[in-house]
Design a protein around this ligand. Sequence first.
Ligand code: SF4
Ligand code: SF4
Length: 179
Amino acid sequence: MAKVKKKIKSIKIDLDKCNGCRACEVACSAFHAKPKYSSNNPARSRIRLVRDPLRDVYLPVYAGEYTKAECSGRDKYVMDGKEYNECDFCRASCPSRELFKEPDSGLPLKCDMCEDDPPLEKPLCVQWCLNDALVYEEREEEVEEEVKPEEVEIGLESMVDKYGLQKVMDTVARMSKRE
Ligand code: SF4
Ligand code: SF4
């Protein structure tokens, strides 16, 4: 299969620089409000802050995949003398917590690195983090070209036009027996 170059986006988090201001949550929820910037509500943000000022814990986490079931991991981690739960680092929208669920519909939220048209120079949370705790990175990776169903359909239609439906179906049946 042909290889194509794909842009991979990521946000590096520097915990030492985050002061818990929550500007990232405000910016993200406002950007994704409908209409855009019409409201802000951190509960709708795709980046959330695990925040415990008494322990000086400020941990920004951005939303990843939805998961149907909670995991069994309940380990604790100590870093720079601060204790974190395993869940603190988890990016999943998961049944065991409220994080990364749209408050009205309950639908899972996922970071889109701020897809927009025209594209943003940097994701909004990165732009609004004045402490530089969020650092945007881009790299290119070679991946196998995605097969688009609509392109397959167009190809099949033109073969049917040229050779007739029966001949195309016979060929597909013969090929599938070979596999
Ligand atoms: S990159 Fe965009 S969508 Fe993702 S958390 Fe930041 S502001 Fe929200
Ligand atoms: S905007 Fe930056 S400093 Fe403020 S909470 Fe978010 S990550 Fe932390």
